[in-house]
Design a protein around this ligand. Structure first.
Ligand SMILES: Nc1ncnc2c1ncn2[C@@H]1O[C@H](COP(=O)(O)OP(=O)(O)O)[C@@H](O)[C@H]1O
Ligand SMILES: [Mg+2]
Length: 237
């Protein structure tokens, strides 16, 4: 399934945050969405997932206009999303987290679905382990498995590498690539560090101050002078 948006505009707090964003990701493709902090990447995911309604523009899921559908309706159509901070319910065990994900909304899923998803992401922890005791990579895997068990067709991943060390990032990237291929999912992957997307994304789009400034294969796009400028201007001292 593919995901596209056309001419997305949104204002928040009285100022334009996204201005005319148009992009698409095909089934099986990993589209990197990069840009300096504050570029509007998370806001774009809020709009694509249905948490925020755009002031203008439309969102297409497999060619069908879903702009007026709420978050849950889009989720039922196969659009899944993770958040920038991997918040797991600390007081629940891994088994309980899986159970609540299975029973979150119809169709209710069986333990088989949860076991399949845990295996698909390579989550190797006991169901009795406290979710709050998991380390960063396992938290990411747990949340990813909770989404995967519903067999989404499009996944929006907001900075999944945040808080991970290099070896963990490589492992997570390999998992994401394999899942995109095997499940023929369109994956939109937000990351503010350009270099992390070179090996993972098939294609990237670069957002700066709410506008798309470049698009193409990762390496060539990162060499684009406009992209370099956007990064240098906002680089911290
Ligand atoms: N609810 C909001 N109200 C006002 N401004 C917001 C709101 N959400 C985000 N912004 C602003 O929009 C800009 C883009 O934010 P965000 O989408 O989080 O960027 P990114 O994920 O690329 O770092 C920032 O300047 C941020 O302060
Ligand atoms: Mg963000």
């Amino acid at each position: 399934m593919s995901l596209a948006c056309e001419d997305i505009h949104i204002r928040l707090g009285g100022r334009p945050i996204l201005e005319g964003v148009t992009l698409s990701a095909a089934a099986g493709e990993i589209l990197g969405v990069v840009g300096p902090n504050g570029a509007g990447k998370t806001t774009l995911f809020e709009v694509l997932s249905g948490r925020l309604a755009p002031d203008r523009g439309r969102i297409l899921l497999n060619g069908r206009d879903v702009t007026s559908l709420k978050l849950h309706a889009r989720a039922r159509q196969g659009l899944a999303r993770t958040y920038q901070s991997p918040v797991v319910p600390d007081a629940l065990t891994v088994g309980e987290v899986f159970r609540s994900a299975r029973q979150a909304y119809p169709p209710y899923l069986t333990r088989f679905h949860a076991e399949w998803a845990a295996e698909a992401v390579g989550l190797d922890v006991l169901p009795s382990a406290m979710a709050g005791s998991l380390e960063a990579l396992n938290r990411r895997k747990l949340l990813l498995a909770c989404l995967l068990m519903r067999r989404p067709r499009v996944m929006l991943l907001d900075e999944p590498a945040a808080g991970l060390i290099n070896a963990e990032i490589d492992e997570l990237d390999a998992i994401i690539r394999r899942l995109a291929r095997e499940m023929d999912m369109a994956v939109l992957l937000v990351e503010h560090r350009l270099e992390l997307l070179s090996a993972t994304a098939d294609r990237v789009v670069v957002l700066d101050l709410g506008r798309l400034i470049a698009e193409g294969p990762p390496e060539a796009t990162f060499d684009d002078p406009r992209v370099r400028a956007a990064y240098f201007e906002t680089a911290s001292p």
